[in-house]
Design a protein around this ligand. Structure first.
Ligand code: ZN
Length: 133
């Protein structure tokens, strides 16, 4: 018995839930499925800006992760209609916008290319000690 535990420690522990790699893969699968569905909607004028390597763009990843988390909540609460109106529609306006995170990806990965020397245009300073929101 103790040898079994030693050889397969994960299998006999209390359900630890999905591991980090599983959660990441689930997120990636979700993004790919959604983009596939979006692409199914005709866009003859090619107005949607997107990048096949979306995962190289931090703002896009942050927005998509937030969308994914809210999507899970909406599925559990049976509020997908609200999710589309208040989350997907709102974020997709920025994600696919000509001024969004994929602004220059039709020719190159703008953010990734400049990442080494990136200087933020919107600067922040460290909060003072003891600051609270
Ligand atoms: Zn790109």
């Amino acid at each position: 018995m103790s040898e079994d535990v030693a050889s397969a420690p994960d299998a006999l522990e209390a359900d630890p839930g999905p591991n980090e790699a599983d959660l990441i893969q689930e997120f990636v699968d979700w993004v790919e499925a959604f983009i596939h569905d979006v692409e199914a909607v005709t866009d003859d004028e090619n107005t949607r800006y997107w990048c096949s390597q979306w995962w190289r763009h931090p703002e896009a990843v942050t927005r998509l992760r937030a969308l994914h988390q809210e999507y899970i909540n909406a599925e559990n609460e049976n509020t997908l209609s609200g999710w589309f109106v208040y989350h997907w529609d709102a974020h997709s306006k920025t994600l696919f916008s000509p001024t969004g995170p994929f602004e220059l990806c039709r020719t190159e990965h703008h953010f990734h290319k400049d990442q080494e020397t990136y200087t933020p245009r919107l600067v922040t300073e460290a909060v003072p000690p003891g600051w609270e929101p």
